[in-house]
Design a protein around this ligand. Structure first.
Ligand code: ACO
Length: 448
């Protein structure tokens, strides 16, 4: 099987959003803290009629329709999510409604969860399946769906919501360089959800930032080692056109790319010029631990990496800056951004991806791009994603209304026996929405 990877892709995000500038003022944060400090523009959120199940139904339905895929042709369906609606029944089983209609119940796969990493686990499972002896010739389908909400406080502006669907198979325009994959997995309490009565995580913000960067370093080191063994030459950031990072908020992505640059400097990579060497020289004797705490290193490496950041990372940041952290969907929304922005110049190029899920699990992997053939072509993927139209048709909500919605959802989480307001005026035709939860906690959805 050649070029196994992503054949097609679609994204759905809720039409409700709140501007970070307005939220900043509302929260009494200093001006620029969310927009410049965190680097975020806007944040999407689910109203009371939407949740991770309705978003995943919407995006799967939309992908099958727009690429004209017969539901019978799906042989594996995997969902990544960390938004718990049911501790036993997988989101995948709700999605089966779409396939049962076409008499296709022969579909492997369930949900994967570990913070923001579940989508990557699901994706690797599907790719491995197509590459394996168990493959039956049909497509894999991966769904990443999450609603990221935080309790009042400094983490609240780093929420977001979206669902992404990706069709997996051979001869893909976005194929896996499966030999170039490196993981770092460990036990830490940086972000977790131990309170089953609440949708909100418990989060140690500072620790989560350091864990993310340590995982990035470790994955990058392993990734470079593997590359060098197989390709017989050193890997550096000049060997990939784009770097796509899991994006809790944009500032961390800026710091991450700078961190890769610092790694390359320490490894003596040839593209690092004299000027950059001079600026970073005084940090070359820091221990690993010291290097994570050094604000001066952070600043200096961001400064020397700034030009390359503009070329290799900036085109991947559109959706994460506009929507916020989408947890499992975040990395793939960043990939969607570069596919959308650059689809006509990606042929032959390489994209390196970094997936991080607190707790912690992380993987760096490599994708190779080719133009592909309709409907599985980069240009068609770009037009199906329709990012500009989707962003423009959103409805800006005042921070007060956003806070009110989150309050309501605190009561609704884990509740039974209620009907939603059925105000679907903001939803586009074809969108699925929640109508009621009955006395047995059974959930009911309709399609607009
Ligand atoms: N203008 C410009 N910048 C400002 C301003 C201002 N007025 N005020 C603050 N800043 C800067 C700060 O200097 C800082 O930037 P720096 O790190 O480059 O110095 C940034 O804004 C954030 O300010 P902090 O005081 O560090 O923010 P705080 O501690 O209040 O919260 C945090 C930030 C920890 C990210 C919080 O939002 C959080 O806990 N989020 C959830 C956890 C998270 O997303 N972790 C990431 C990995 S795990 C995951 O994906 C869930």
């Amino acid at each position: 099987r050649k070029d196994v990877g992503i054949l097609a892709m679609d994204i759905y995000f809720p039409p409700s959003c709140v501007q970070q500038e307005a939220l900043e003022a509302h929260d009494g944060a200093s001006k620029g803290k969310y927009t410049i400090g965190l680097g975020q523009d806007c944040m999407a959120f689910c109203s009371e009629v939407e949740d991770v199940i309705s978003m995943s139904l919407t995006v799967v339905n939309s992908l099958l329709k727009k690429y004209k895929i017969d539901p019978k042709l799906i042989g594996r369906l995997e969902v990544g999510s960390e938004t718990v609606i049911d501790k036993s029944k997988s989101i995948k089983t709700w999605l089966m409604q779409i396939f049962e209609e076409s008499d296709n119940t022969d579909i492997e796969g369930v949900d994967s969860s570990n913070a923001c990493y579940g989508g990557t686990a699901a994706l690797l499972n599907c790719v491995n399946w197509v590459e394996s002896n168990s493959w039956d010739g049909r497509y894999g389908l991966v769904v990443c769906t999450d609603s990221a909400v935080y309790a009042e406080g400094p983490a609240r502006p780093t929420g977001g919501a979206a669902a992404i669907a990706m069709l997996i198979g051979p001869n893909a325009p976005i194929s896996f360089e499966s030999k170039y994959r490196a993981s770092h997995m460990a036990h830490v309490y940086d972000f977790y959800k131990p309170d089953l009565a609440s949708e909100y995580p418990v989060v140690d913000g500072k620790l989560s930032q350091t864990c993310y960067l340590m995982a990035l370093d470790s994955c990058y080191r392993q990734f470079c080692n593997k590359y060098e063994k197989i390709a017989g030459k050193q890997f550096s950031i000049s060997d990939a056109e784009y770097f796509v990072f899991h994006s809790p908020y944009n500032k961390l992505v800026q710091k991450s790319f700078a961190r890769l640059y610092y790694n390359d400097f320490m490894r003596n990579c040839s593209y690092v010029d004299d000027d950059a060497k001079e600026k970073l020289q005084s940090f070359s004797n820091l221990t690993g631990e010291e290097s994570y705490q050094s604000r001066d290193l952070e600043k200096a490496s961001q400064q020397v990496a700034k030009h390359l950041y503009g070329i290799k990372v900036q085109p991947t940041t559109l959706l994460p800056k506009q929507i916020g952290n989408m947890y499992t969907a975040s990395l793939y929304a960043a990939l969607a951004s570069v596919l959308y922005n650059k689809h006509d110049s990606l042929n032959g190029q390489r994209i390196v991806m970094f997936s991080y899920g607190s707790g912690l699990t992380s993987t760096m992997f490599s994708l190779r791009l080719n133009n592909g053939q309709h409907p599985f072509s980069l240009s068609n993927i770009g037009s199906v994603l329709g990012v500009t139209e989707k962003l423009q048709s959103r409805h800006e909500t005042l921070p007060e209304k956003f806070v009110e919605t989150l309050k309501l959802m605190e009561h609704r989480y884990g509740a039974k026996d209620f009907e939603t307001s059925s105000d679907t005026s903001l939803l586009q035709p074809g969108t699925f929405y929640l109508t009621k939860v009955d006395s047995m906690y059974r959930r009911f959805y309709s399609q607009k």
